[in-house]
Design a protein around this ligand. Structure first.
Ligand SMILES: NC(=O)c1ccc[n+]([C@@H]2O[C@H](COP(=O)([O-])OP(=O)(O)OC[C@H]3O[C@@H](n4cnc5c(N)ncnc54)[C@H](OP(=O)(O)O)[C@@H]3O)[C@@H](O)[C@H]2O)c1
Length: 243
């Protein structure tokens, strides 16, 4: 099967490429920079995309940028439609309707591009990756304490669990919106912060900040969690021990 992974150099994409190879596939990777086994292309400018999508049976779209995914996803969909309508598998985020972050609005718009477009499609929404929380904690801890949003649950998932689900979906038929994928535990972010401090040997006081606004309220409501789909297998502590 010809599988193209956009964002195959990213946090999730690397895990997916490894998983697909483990499963006996030989995925191609789309990247803006050259490297072994890579197709060079830029979804922002469109350069190289027609060549990259040519011949693909499946495109797993993991590329993302802080400016949002809608325009780049449209570029990908248009090129793929010209190239023979491969199955497009898009990775999105759980509960994005409930948290009005600009980045999440962009994910919603990109989902509409995928679902309203001409390609057979599948969308998998996942909760936040362990890596994201670890990065947040590392940045926050530079202040001398560990600031976290007060009263806010997270359900982090390991990229290897997301990669395993994507690898399965990639070789199956287009399935539209599939069940969300959440990590194995929904926990207060302060508790996750303490686990991160213990694993990294840092001494900090965890300080819960009551943040104003709809975004913080959305996160406090747990809109971004999927307790009914706690199907991830790797806990935050297991991730920390591994990394
Ligand atoms: N992080 C989370 O907690 C989380 C949770 C749920 C879902 N997701 C979703 O999972 C997906 C992967 O996230 P991630 O955290 O693994 O991303 P990431 O590590 O930030 O990687 C981003 C990738 O996008 C590629 N990229 C960026 N701009 C590009 C462009 N203009 N053209 C082509 N490629 C471009 C980069 O490739 P090059 O630099 O090599 O070009 C890189 O491989 C995203 O859709 C994200 O929304 C993330």
């Amino acid at each position: 099967m010809d599988i193209l992974v956009t964002g195959g150099t990213g946090t999730l994409g690397r895990a997916l490429v490894e998983r697909l190879r483990h499963d006996g596939q030989a995925p191609r990777v789309l990247s803006r920079s050259a490297g072994e086994g890579r197709d060079v292309g830029d979804l922002r400018s469109g350069a190289g995309i027609d060549d990259a999508v040519r011949g693909a049976d499946v495109i797993v779209h993991c590329a993302t940028a802080p400016r949002g995914d809608a325009d780049t996803t449209r570029t990908l969909v248009d090129a793929a439609a010209r190239a023979g309508r491969p199955h497009l598998l898009y990775v999105s985020i759980v509960g994005i309707e409930g948290v009005p972050l600009p980045y999440y609005r962009g994910k919603l718009a990109a989902e509409r591009v995928v679902a309203g477009g001409p390609l057979p499609w599948t969308i998998l929404r996942a909760t936040q990756f362990h890596d994201l929380l670890a990065t947040m904690f590392a940045a926050g801890s530079r202040t001398g304490v560990l600031p976290v949003p007060a009263g806010t649950p997270f359900q982090p998932v390991d990229v290897t669990d997301v990669a395993a689900r994507l690898a399965e979906l990639a070789v199956g038929p287009a399935a539209a919106r599939v069940a969300d994928l959440g990590g194995p535990q929904v926990r207060d972010v302060a508790d996750l912060g303490r686990a991160w401090l213990a694993a990294t040997g840092r001494r900090r006081r965890v300080v819960g900040l009551r943040l104003p606004g709809k975004i913080a309220r959305g996160f406090r409501s747990g809109a971004h969690t999927a307790p009914e789909h706690a199907d991830g297998t790797v806990t935050f502590e297991q991730y920390l021990a591994r990394s």
